[in-house]
Write a new protein. Structure first.
Length: 65
């Protein structure tokens, strides 16, 4: 669904847990990760990763809910 809505091609890269999946973008292994807010909150606050928007029920909002 994400590919269809954005016109992109995303290739699934399986990680064994959240820790390695969150460090994947930091190491340049992947360009995008879907993760829970709690898993990336500190990285977003420190400016290490970019958070494009917030999930608000059934829609995304760049400004929050």
């Amino acid at each position: 669904m994400f590919d269809d809505l954005t016109g992109t091609l995303v290739i699934h890269v399986p990680y064994c847990s959240t820790g390695p999946s969150v460090t994947g973008p930091l190491a340049g292994e992947v360009g995008l990760v879907f993760a829970s807010v709690s898993a990336v909150e500190m990285l977003v606050r420190e400016g290490e990763v970019f958070h494009p928007g917030h999930y608000c029920g059934n829609a995304f909002s760049a400004t929050g809910c």
